[in-house]
Ligand binder design. Sequence first.
Ligand code: NDP
Length: 481
Amino acid sequence: METLENHINGKRQLPASGNYLEGYAPATGERIALIPRSTEHDVNQAVAAAKEAELEWASLSKEVRANWLDRIADALEECHDEIARLESMDTGKPISIARAVDANRSVANFRFYADLIRNLEDQEFQMSDATNRVLRRPVGVGVLITPWNLPLYLLSWKVAPAIGMGNTVVCKPSELTPMTADLLMRVIEKVGLPAGVVNLIHGTGAEAGAPLVEHKDVRFVSFTGGTDTGAVVARSAAGSFKKLSLELGGKNATIILDDCDLDRHMDAIVRASYLNQGQVCLCGSRILVHSSIKEKFTRRFVDAVEHLRIGNPSDESTELGSLISPEHLSKVQSYVNLAIQEGGTLLTGGGMPCLTDGLEGGNWITPVIIDGLAPDSRCSTEEIFGPMVTLHSFNSDDEAIKIANGTRYGLAGSIWTTDLERGERIAQSLDTGMVWVNTWLHRDLRVPFGGVKDSGLGREGGYWSLGFYSEATNICIMKDE
Ligand code: NDP
C-alpha cells in the first residue's frame, strides 16, 4: 500500500494535519493507498508556491514553455503502461480502456498543446490609421479541479494549456482516484520543471477544493465535475471575479433514426452507452429509437449488452469493469428501483455478476436497460452516471428533438442514420455543445468541448482552452502620418 504526498514548490510534502484518507481499489474493495487529507494550511502553501513562481514562468517565451510540455509528454509516454495499470486499479475500468483512452490521451494532451502553443501567433487588426495587436498574457495562479472518471486524461487536458500559456497552477484531483495525479507529479519532478509551476493538493472537495477556489490569490478556476458542485464552485468564485470554466454533467440522447444501419453501428451504440461503465459525461444514457424499428433495435441491443464481458479489469478481454465506489453503486441501484416504481420495465441487468478471485468485494452491477419510461420521468432526465440506459420511441424527427432537449442538461448527443443531411439537420436543433453523427466520442483536440444549460460554462479544447487560460490585451498603435 502506498502513502501519497502533496507536491508543493517542487517538493513532496506531508499534509499539515497529519491525517490521511483511505483509497480503495473499486474492483476488489482492497485498500491501496493513504491519501493526504489536506486542509487550508496546505492550500495556502501551494498557492503561495504558485504565486512565487508566477513571474519567472510567465516571462519565458511560448517556445520555451512548449518545449517543457514536450518534455513532460516524452516522460509520460515512458510511463504509458504504468498510467494504464494505475488508472485501471484506481477506477476499476478495464485495462484495455485505460491504455487506449486514458494513457494515450494523457500523453497526447501535452504534445497537442506543445504544438498549438509553439505555433500560436499574435492577432493583428489593421485600420486605415492604426494597428491593433492582440497579446495573449497569462492570467496568473489557477486552480484545476478534476473528477474520478477520467483522472489523468482530464487533469492533463487542463495542466498542459494552463502552464503552456504561462500560468502557474494548483491541482486538486478527486480523492477517489489520486494515483495518476501522483504519477504526473513524479514525472514533473523527473523532467525538472521549475518549482512552483505545478503544485498538487490531495484531499476532499470540502477541505481542500473549497479553500482553493476561495483563495484570494487565485485568478482562475477550471472545474470538471458534477453540476451541483459546479454551482457551489461558481458561487464561491464569483465574489472575487475569478475566471471560470465549468465542465459539468450530462444526460445525453442517442437518436436512432428509422434508416439507421444497425449491422454497422450497433457496437458503437453499445460503446456510447456503456464505455467506462457509463461513467463518461458524454455517454448516451437515453436511447431514442424510431417507433418503426424499436422492436428490432431493442432485441439486438439487449443481446449485444448481455454479451459484454464484465469482470477483472486487469484481464485484457474485459469490456466492463466495476463502478467507482460503494456509494455510487448504491446510487445506480436506487435508480434501477426508481425506474421500476416509475413504471419502467427492466429488460436486463441490475444484478451482481458472478465473480470470484477477490472481486466479490468490488462495486459491481450488470449493465441495465430500462424500457417504457415516460421521457420526462426522473430516470430519463436526471444524470445517473452509470451503466444504465433508458429506451424511448418517437415517430418524427421533431419529436426526437423535443425529447432530446427535454432535460436541464445540454452536453452532447449522437444521431445514427444513413441520411447524413437529415442527421446534420437534427444535430443543428439539439440544444447541446457537441453532437456526433454516426460516431461517438470521436475527438479532434482542436475542436471546442463543453456544454450548454446546466452542463457547463465556456468551452475548452484547442484555441478555446488557450483563450480561457490567457487574458487578451489589445494594443492600438496610431500610425505615423
Ligand atoms: P464532483 O462534482 O463530486 O467532484 C469533482 C471534483 O470537485 C472532485 O475533485 C471533488 O473532490 C471536487 N469538489 C467537491 N466539492 C468541492 C467544492 N466545494 N469546492 C471545490 N471542489 C470540490 O464530481 P465527481 O467526481 O463525482 O465526477 C462525476 C461528475 O463529473 C459527473 O456529473 C460527470 O458528468 C461530471 N463530468 C463532466 C465532464 C465534462 O467534461 N463535462 C467530464 C467528466 C465528468 P472530492 O471528490 O475529492 O471530494
